[in-house]
Every structure is written in C-alpha cells, then in structure tokens.
Design a protein. Structure first.
Length: 662
C-alpha cells in the first residue's frame, strides 16, 4: 500500500463515532422517507394512501371472501373504507408475544398475508408495507374488525399504538375490516382528499371486479355536480360496461367492441390467474388506455400491455393475409393502438412491479400469458364477422400507410442531407441508414466515452448517435447571439434538421424519436434538464407532438448466482433486494456512467426497444397554455437566481430527503 495514502493533515474523528449511527425502529423510516414508500408527499401520494387501503378490501373480494365495500369521505379529511370480508386476524401473533396480529399488521413493515400465496392467490399488495405505511403517515387511525360475531378495535397515531386491542362488544350481523384514517398534516401539509378523485377510484374498482358492490358516501359539503353524496357501483359486465360508458355517443370503427375474459392455464392444478379486456376504436379519437394488475392501476403499462399489443398486431397481420392484403405484414402495434380506447386487467400470482407505487408491471411471464389468451379471441372477433374484420383492418392500414409515407419522406430528406450536403451534418453524428421496418431514433449522449458504447450498442439501421460535451448552454438565460454561437447547439440543430423557434416544424424532423440519454446521477439529470429546456424554447413543436423522450439507464446491477437484475435508483435497488433477492447473497455494482457499461449491457437495459423504458416528455394537462410553462421554465432556468431561491424555499417541505442525501 502506497504511503501517500496516509499523507495529509490529520483530522479529528471524534465527531464520527457510534453515537453518529442512527437505528430507525418501527415505522420511523416511513415518516423520515415517505417518498421511498409512496413516491413523495404530493396530491398523488396522498391519494395513494386511499388506494392502498381500498386495494386490501379488493383483495378480499377477488379472493371470494367479500361482496361489499364501503368508501366514505368525511369533513376533516377523514376517510373510511370498510368491507364484509374475513376481517384481519386479532389473535396474538406467534412471533410477537403480547401483540395482536392486527397490531403487527398496522405497525410493522413487511407483514401481511400476501407473501406465501396461501391467503390470497392474486393480490395487489406484495411487500406488506401498504396499510402500515398508511398508518405511519396518518395523524389518527382506527381499525375495527368483526370476526366470529364480535367487534374488536384498536387505535394508532403517526404509526404508534395508542393502546391494546379492545373488545367492543357483540356484532352478530357484522363481519370484515373497517379502516378510518386522517393523513398527517406534518407530512402532507394542507392537502385534502379530492372527492372527485376518490369517487372515480371507487367506480373503477367496481368495474375491475364484476362480483363486488362498492358503496360511496361523502359529507354533503363535499358533494358536487360530478360527485353525489351517495352512490352504489355494481357492474355485472365488468370492463365491457366501463368501455360502453366511455365511448357512449361516439361512432366507432366496429359497432361491437372487442371485449372478453380468459383464465390462464393452471399450474399443477392451481389457478394461474386471468385476463379481462375491452377495446373500441372510435373515429377521430385520441388513444386512451387503462392498464391494471390485480385491480391496481399501472399507468405506465408494462408486460401485460406488451402481450395485448402483440396479440392485436399478430391477429390483424394474419387476418390481412387471410383476406389477401399482403401489405398487412407491415402493420405495427402503434398502428393498431392509435386512437383506441383500451381497458386491460390481469390477475396474476406474485406480480413484479417497477416500484412500490406499482406504476409499471415487469413480470416477464405476463406478456406470453396475455398474448396467448387474447389472440384466439381476437382471431374469432375478426373472422366471425368478415365485414367487421375488414373495417378494422382498413382503418389500421390507413394509419400504417400514413406512418410509412412520413417515414419515406424523412428517409428522402436524410439521404439528401447525407449525400448532397455532408458538410452540413455535424462531424460527431453517427447516422443510421434509415432501413428496416422500425422507426428511426437519435440518441443524444453525454460524452465521447458513452457515445462510443452507444455506437456499438445501437441498431445501425434505425438508431443514430450524437455525443455532446457535458453540460450544454442554458438557453433560458443566454442571449440569442450566444445561442447561435454555441457549437454543441449548432450540431444539434443541424442533426435534427427541423429549424428552431417560429421556424421549427416537427414534420421536417429527420428522426421519429429524439432520445436524451444521460448518466443516472445528479449531473446526468442536470444535463437532461438543460436539453429539455433547449427543446422547449428552441424546438417547441418537437415537444408538442411527442417526439422527445428520456432514456432510463440503470444505476445498479445486482447479481446473485446466475441471476442479474438492473435497478434505476436507490429505491428500485432496495425493492429488488427485498423481493427478487431476499435472503440471497448479492453482489452490487454501481455504474458511474454510461461509459462504464459495456455495449451489451447498454443495449439490453437502455437502447433495445423490447427491453428498455422510455419517458415521453410532454406538456402536463395543467400547463396546456404554453405561456404558463414558459413562465415556470423562466423561473427555474432563467437569469434571475432569486426566482429559483424563492421556488426552493416554497417547495423545500415537499422534498424527499433521500434524494438530497444521495
């Protein structure tokens, strides 16, 4: 060992000893780091608490033990959810002498009846953190359990037990669990439950499981024209009923929607779950999709979505061949899904999600299960009524022709620019050939090292690479002359070929997608922010028309034996440790940047369309007015630092300390 490791001025170690090491017990980690468990402390996170409790009642219904659920919103931000299921166990837990099982469930992380699969074949809860997290983040929680004709109750505050479980008295005509809670203002500030949002949540759950009745109530002061004081939801037709309501009054390509359900093949005599779907193709409509797994919404889709896309695409291609439409072989999944109203719900055993908030399903087996289950039904849907099948095929092929026409125009422009105007393309650009069936992409990559890996990892036919040097100019605080003089920005403008500002025309864009691919760290996030600012200000039409994306490279690689998984961030790493690798000896490697990943890893995790995850950059609904976005961008990225300072002060209470510490 080199002596120079020990050189330098000695410092005192007295301020770092055993007293510096904290051990958080019980539910204290949840209150310290709520973002790790519910994704933050904003409105979405607040309503995630309601979803966690409602999901538990839905699991009882799906398992066949409950037929009725009640959701009641009272003044004072108090929410009560009750079911007539089996009721949480109230006897003493064998591993916690002196504590009821009810208390263990409410006050201990990773406790519950959904790990072994004995109590629930399929469930929305997986990690045993749902209701305990709700308890930890609530100012007051009361749980009532009716079992064996007796009513029991226990109360909590901020995750702490206020007293032992009590026997309230006889309850001969009651059974099930009732959870009442008030979110803690120390965590969520002044935020209140939205009656409209909860009303929609309750209604959607009833659609997802046809056998359950959900009763809604709210205080008279909270009722509106859209939200009644009382309503009962029960939909025997399930998703088909929901779809009928969504497309009511609109003309569709097919008079009858494509709807149905199918059990998955059982394994060793045990049910492997089921899938239900309902799809319509309204005329002149934007696409609207809703994906669910075990009644839990997965807004980012996932492997069950991919299975449906595969089934529909392959089915239409085969039908096209059957009726003599040879060009149908070029139909893509996007052609089929464009403008479609889609509802898909799967029930599977031991599902895997991207995070605790369950935004995306990642269970690999779901793709084939859904594809195989839906494909046969879709083939019959098309062939049983040939006119209906031909109408849908014709509509989809029109979209296909339009897509291919736009691609051909871009190819002409690209080849013209490459062959006739080579000097006008940036030297660092490694262009794609533009050949093949897939759409073209430009990856904007941070640094030459990462650019080298990306060039080896890419699909040469469809993926182009443009390396940039670190942090580009902040265009929000720079003059027009300075922007024009910047070589990195000049290269970017030349590579895209669609003009800037008022002359920006997304139809002239040389690629179908522009993908920002930076390191999965703070510096990478900063560079991505600067690039997004550039596109919003200089090429707004690209953002408006959905051509801009963020790549999602991993930060960690976890390996146990022959099994390896990649984690996007700290939270995802902990989730994999607690689920996929629980109890195993894990080797964890951290990628310092994209340049550290070998081309095969970069291709598998970040660039290959079948295995990567992209985030589309769009304007959020609350900022439909571009002026509002411009004001926000100016505040956060503009010349006046006082605006940023004020923004940070106003939002400091909402920050996830985990991100700051990292």
């Amino acid at each position: 060992m080199s002596d120079d490791l020990f050189e330098g001025t000695p410092t005192s170690s007295g301020d770092y000893d055993s007293s510096s090491i904290e051990v958080l017990e019980g539910l204290e980690p949840v209150r310290r780091r709520p973002g790790m468990y519910i994704g933050g402390t904003d409105d979405r996170a607040l309503h995630h608490l309601a979803a966690e409790v409602l999901d538990n009642s839905m699991d009882e219904a799906v398992a066949g033990h409950a037929t009725r659920i009640e959701v009641k919103l009272e003044e004072g931000n108090r929410l009560t959810i009750a079911d007539n299921g089996r009721g949480m166990p109230i006897d003493e837990h064998p591993k916690f002498p002196g504590k009821s099982t009810l208390e263990v469930i409410l006050s201990t992380l990773h406790s519950g009846g959904k790990f072994s699969g004995k109590a629930y074949a399929t469930s929305g809860g997986l990690h045993g953190v749902g209701v305990s997290v709700v308890n930890a983040l609530s100012e007051h929680t009361r749980v009532e359990v009716a079992r064996d004709k007796t009513l029991y109750a226990q109360e909590f505050s901020k995750g702490q037990t206020l007293g032992p479980i009590e026997t309230v008295g006889a309850a001969p005509n009651r059974r099930g669990t009732t959870v009442s809670f008030t979110p803690d203002p120390e965590i969520f500030g002044p935020r209140q439950f939205s009656a409209k949002r909860l009303f929609k949540l309750a209604r959607s759950k009833a659609y997802l499981f046809a056998g359950v009745e959900i009763r809604w109530k709210c205080a008279p002061s909270l009722a509106t024209d859209d939200v009644p004081e009382e309503e009962t939801f029960k939909f025997p037709g399930g998703l088909a009923d929901h779809l009928t309501q969504r497309v009511a009054g609109r003309e569709c390509v097919t008079a009858q929607p494509f709807a149905g359900s199918q059990d998955f093949p059982s394994v060793d005599g045990v049910s492997n779950g089921r899938v239900e779907w309902a799809i319509a193709w309204p005329l002149f409509s934007d696409a609207a999709t809703s994906w669910y797994c075990n009644t839990v919404p997965t807004p980012d889709g996932g492997t069950h979505e991919q299975g449906l896309r595969n089934a529909l695409t392959k089915g239409l291609r085969a039908f096209g061949e059957l009726v003599g439409q040879k060009k149908a072989k070029d139909i893509s999944a996007d052609d089929v899904m464009a403008g479609a109203e889609v509802l898909l719900s799967v029930f599977i055993r031991d599902p895997q999600f991207q995070s605790q908030t369950k935004d995306r399903l990642t269970s690999p087996e779901a793709t084939k299960l859904v594809e195989n289950a839906v494909r046969d039904h879709f083939d019959h849907f098309l062939a049983d009524n040939m006119e209906r099948g031909k109408a849908l095929l014709g509509e989809v092929m029109e979209r296909m022709d339009e897509r291919l026409r736009r691609r051909a125009e871009r190819e002409v422009k690209r080849k013209t620019a490459t062959n006739a105007k080579k000097l006008r393309l940036p030297g660092k650009l490694t262009d794609c050939s533009g050949e093949g069936d897939k759409e073209t992409e430009l990856f904007i990559v941070e640094g030459d090292s990462a650019g080298g890996s990306a060039k080896q990892a890419r699909d040469r036919k469809t993926q182009a690479i443009l390396p940039i040097r670190g942090k580009i100019l902040n265009v929000a605080s720079a003059s027009a002359d300075k922007i024009r003089a910047n070589s990195e920005i000049a290269d970017l403008i030349l590579a895209l070929g669609c003009g800037v500002r008022k002359d920006c025309d997304a139809d002239q864009l040389r690629y179908d997608r522009v993908v920002i691919m930076t390191d999965a760290d703070v510096d990478g996030a900063h560079i991505a922010t600067l690039l997004m600012t550039f596109f919003f200000q200089e090429m707004p039409d690209i953002v408006r028309k959905g051509h801009l994306f963020l790549a999602q490279p991993p930060l960690y690689r976890l390996t146990a034996g022959k099994e390896s998984r990649y984690a996007r961030d700290e939270e995802h790493r902990r989730e994999l440790e607690e689920t996929v690798f629980k109890g195993k000896k894990i080797e964890i490697s951290r990628f310092k940047g994209l340049g550290e990943m070998n081309p095969a890893q970069l291709r598998e995790t970040t660039m290959h369309p079948d295995s990567r995850s992209l985030i589309r950059i769009t304007l959020p609904p609350e900022f439909e007015d571009r002026a509002a976005v411009k004001e926000l961008v100016g505040q956060l990225m503009g010349r006046n630092p006082e605006h940023r300072f004020q923004f940070i002060q106003n939002k400091a209470g909402d920050l996830d300390r985990e991100l700051i510490d990292a």
